[in-house]
Design a protein around this ligand. Structure first.
Ligand SMILES: Nc1ncnc2c1ncn2[C@@H]1O[C@H](COP(=O)(O)OP(=O)(O)OP(=O)(O)O)[C@@H](O)[C@H]1O
Ligand SMILES: [Mg+2]
Length: 297
């Protein structure tokens, strides 16, 4: 569906995207995952043909003309705040020369899916953040695309809305839509069929979430203790890296048993009680930290 060959984009002396080659196949939910400034928006804009690469090629739909439409939901989607939900959809559809009757029919279906049907007459300005994102998605879907490209569609939206949004993406995918989505959230990376991790313009790893988890050489210990800051564990020779996740620490180690012994010793010296210390399957966060040596969202 999308083929990118050695794509590079420079803005003056900033290289936003550097030699990226990726293939998004028909039926994929392909996640482009990376922190702020990684180059996600720039890469998606090149995929859509909105900006030209400095070098490299993008091919959509195998280069066939009229092979299918694609929908694009930009990061900063500009809805018209003083138009209602339905008026926004009408306006968007009319930009694509779709007749009113067809827009209405499609909108009815999509609004059911996005659960916005009862808000048709509400002004876009009066929608919650999550509902605005869903309206932006509804607009992108009015053209019935075979390929949907979304740039951080769930950024800043509460966890319930994020879950619901992903459910919708899954439903669309089940009905045959190929999805290429960017996100800074590692938990969302785990929801994709395939993932590419982008860091400072470069792909650091790509594959299915399971393949990526197998790529990291370290073992991960999860630790829960009655102290908030365990960063000092990173100073132990047995520990490669220590990062904080919510209420627990993930510690990357080479060998589990010797690390457990020296961590337990150090914590007990400091009078810290440990309630959990066990090896776990790496999460996508662990994969990203291990491949980029960076903290994540
Ligand atoms: N039009 C532009 N002119 C100059 N620099 C740009 C331009 N667009 C992006 N950049 C720079 O390119 C780099 C990548 O930016 P980009 O917006 O693609 O990242 P991103 O991964 O989408 O980040 P975010 O998560 O914050 O949206 C950044 O350093 C950014 O400042
Ligand atoms: Mg962006």
């Amino acid at each position: 569906m999308i083929e990118m060959e050695c794509l590079t984009k420079k803005f003056g002396n900033i290289t936003a995207v550097s030699e990226v080659s990726l293939k998004v196949a028909r039926g994929d939910i392909f996640g482009l995952v990376g922190p702020d400034g990684a180059g996600k928006t720039t890469l998606l804009r090149m995929a859509c043909g909105l900006i030209n690469p400095t070098s490299g090629h993008v091919t959509l739909f195998g280069g066939e003309k009229d092979a299918g439409n694609f929908g694009y939901m930009p990061q900063r989607f500009s809805l018209c705040g003083d138009l209602t939900v339905m008026e926004n959809i009408d306006f968007f559809g009319s930009l694509y020369n779709i007749n009113k009757k067809t827009i209405r029919e499609r909108a009815d279906q999509i609004l059911k899916l996005t659960k916005l049907a009862q808000f048709k007459k509400r002004f876009a300005d009066d929608l919650s953040g999550g509902m605005k994102q869903k309206l932006a998605l509804t607009c992108a879907l009015v053209i019935r695309p075979g390929l949907l490209i979304l740039d951080e569609p769930t950024f800043g939206v509460d966890p319930e809305f994020r879950k619901e949004f992903w459910k919708i993406l899954y439903m669309l995918n089940r009905d045959g839509m190929t999805i290429f989505v960017s996100t800074p959230y590692m938990d969302e990376a785990g929801l994709c069929k395939k993932v590419a991790l982008l860091d400072r313009g470069r792909i650091v790893a790509a594959g299915t979430p399971d393949q990526l988890k197998k790529q990291i050489k370290n073992k991960i210990l999860e630790i829960k203790a009655d102290a908030k800051d365990l960063d000092f564990l990173g100073d132990l020779p047995e520990v490669e890296d220590a990062s904080f996740y919510g209420d627990r620490y993930h510690v990357a180690v080479n060998e589990v048993e010797p690390a457990k012994i020296s961590i337990a010793r150090l914590l007990s010296e400091k009078g810290i009680t440990v309630s959990i210390m066990e090896e776990i399957t790496p999460s996508m966060e662990d994969v990203f930290v291990s491949l980029t040596e960076k903290e994540v969202v």
